[in-house]
Design a protein around this ligand. Structure first.
Ligand code: CP
Ligand code: NVA
Length: 309
């Protein structure tokens, strides 16, 4: 059964199957209490291990509630509460957990740790964020854009502003797999990983790397940003100064399409990467985006466990 570590490995058909399932399941359970299982409870009897080496609100709650709604259950734990935290290897952890659970979700710093878990585990591994990528969030972002704009993500144009970080990397990957246009507007010195950009371009991705916020957002359907200082990163003062021109303001939103949607994976630092007027304003879809983590996670779990796609 497949891992969900890199969007490209799932391919366009896989990502489309996940998005369609997420939309369908969200609509089908409208109005139900959040802990009520979906009518078909497709993962009844299944257990997910959700392991966190870094803090999380959305990923932690969405995976746990996703499993409940699919009829299964979750064991949520911090990596430091496991023997992993005192030196048991990732490979041995993978071997043991694979005997006890049906799927493993990990949030960790080093992407190689995620890949090692995926290589050794005998059950699917889901990437709940590394320092390099955040694919589950990119899926929720695409779902939210389809909901708000009422058209397939493939037909949309996105602007990313600020830091060339893990979220930027997953959106670059998403754009190149699904075939939507992405302008990456980042401060000098904070470009996204060159290998990720090169792989996206090799896939035929329409990725424009710019260092000008106004040019990036010009007429875009989607304006997305993230914290300027990611978890575990040093936050030098000169970085914040370099980022200042990429703050999402009402004036920048006015340069995007009139119907443009604002996205942020959260948590947000109002007054840094985005003004309060924008994130709390009518064009912001951030609360739907956070809720959609739940719906898309359910579809990712079903895809990993061979129930869809
Ligand atoms: N967006 C996101 O992944 O949030 P958490 O860090 O709260 O999980
Ligand atoms: N880029 C952020 C995303 C948080 C969900 C981080 O890694 O901290």
């Amino acid at each position: 059964m497949p891992n969900f570590i890199d969007l490209a490995a799932a391919g366009r058909a896989g990502l489309r199957a996940i998005l369609d399932e997420a939309h369908r399941r969200k609509a089908a359970r409208a109005g139900l209490p959040k802990g009520t299982p979906d009518a078909d409870a497709p993962l009844a009897g299944h257990v997910l291990a959700a392991i966190f080496e870094k803090p999380s609100t959305r990923t932690r709650f969405s995976f746990d509630v996703a499993m409940r709604q699919l009829g299964g259950s979750t064991i949520v734990t911090g990596a430091n509460d496991m023997q992993l935290g005192r030196g048991e290897t990732v490979a041995d952890t993978a071997r043991v957990l694979s005997r006890m659970v049906d799927c493993i979700m990990l949030r960790c710093a080093t992407h190689a740790t995620m890949e090692e878990l995926g290589d050794v585990a005998g059950v699917p591994v889901i990437n709940g964020l590394t320092d390099l990528t955040h694919p589950c969030q990119a899926m929720a972002d695409m779902m939210t854009v389809e909901e708000r704009l009422g058209r397939p993500v493939e037909t949309t144009c996105w602007a990313w502003l600020g830091d060339g970080n893990n979220m930027a990397h997953s959106l670059i990957e998403a754009a190149s797999v699904m075939g939507f246009e992405l302008r990456v507007g980042v401060a000098h010195g904070y470009d996204p990983d060159q290998a990720i950009v090169a792989m996206a371009e090799a896939r035929g991705g329409n990725i424009d790397l710019l260092h000008d916020a106004r040019a990036a957002v010009d007429g875009a359907d989607v304006v997305a940003t993230d914290t300027w200082v990611s978890m575990g990163q040093p936050g030098p003062k000169d970085k914040l100064a370099a980022m200042a021109k990429f703050q999402v303001t009402p004036a920048l939103m006015a340069a995007a399409a009139p119907h443009a949607v604002f996205l942020h994976c959260l948590p947000v630092h109002r007054g840094d990467e985005v003004t309060a007027e924008v994130i709390d304003g009518a064009q912001s879809a951030v609360w739907d985006e956070a809720e959609n983590r739940l719906h898309v996670q359910k579809a990712i779990l079903l895809w990993c466990l061979g129930k869809i796609g």
